[in-house]
Design a protein around this ligand. Structure first.
Ligand code: FMN
Length: 178
């Protein structure tokens, strides 16, 4: 079968998990919002990931949205497992304060969600973790007056597949009122 890359580029998030004395981060590109009221966010995680077991055990996770400038750190976090090393220590990722749920919040993220697992849906070699958003963190100045991200202030990290990343071209922005 041809490579499964037709739906890229997609935003990459850092999924944070914590259970017992283990705190971990992994990049995930198979993710999206699926409900506005209540706010629900879904991420697809392989059963092989250390993250999978941590979230299953704790019932909570974070999703952290990061700027393109952190691409190397993100790639590193996705090239090894928290099963083998403490990635947060190893890559010097600073964590901030969570609000409602005991999940790792990445300080350099421009926005983060705290999610509690509402449902886990099997979907082939990955499981969908359906997360009810309990809290949202946002850095100052990331919005342009509307509710959308100001891509002159932050450059969302997008993934194209095959270890290849890209970001947005602000010259292409258009708003078409309905
Ligand atoms: C850009 C990027 C996107 C990724 N997206 C996903 C994803 O959506 N789901 C998934 O299960 N793994 C994904 N991975 C793979 C995991 O991040 C990777 O296997 C990681 O090392 C797992 O870490 P862990 O074992 O500590 O949980 C992605 C990796 C990269 C680099």
């Amino acid at each position: 079968m041809a490579g499964f890359y037709q739906f890229y580029p997609n935003v990459v998030t850092l999924i944070g998990s914590r259970h017992g004395d283990k705190t971990n981060l992994m990049p995930a590109v198979w993710q999206t919002g699926v409900s506005k009221n209540p706010m629900v966010y879904v991420v697809s995680i392989s059963q092989k990931r250390f993250t999978h077991g941590l979230i299953k055990a704790s019932g909570v996770f974070s999703a952290n949205f990061v700027d393109f400038k952190y691409v190397k750190t993100i790639a590193r976090l996705g090239s090894c497992s928290g099963r083998d090393i403490d990635k947060i220590k190893e890559f010097g990722v600073e964590l901030g304060q969570h609000k409602q749920l005991d999940v790792p919040i990445v300080k350099f993220a421009y926005a983060s969600f705290e999610c509690s697992v509402q449902e886990i849906i099997p979907s082939g070699d990955h499981d969908l973790f359906v997360g009810r958003i309990a809290s949202v963190h946002e850095a100052g100045g990331i919005k342009d007056g509307s509710e959308t991200i100001d891509c002159n202030a932050v450059r969302p990290l997008l993934y194209l597949g095959k270890d290849t990343y890209i970001t947005v071209d602000t010259g292409s922005i258009v708003t078409i009122r309905r």
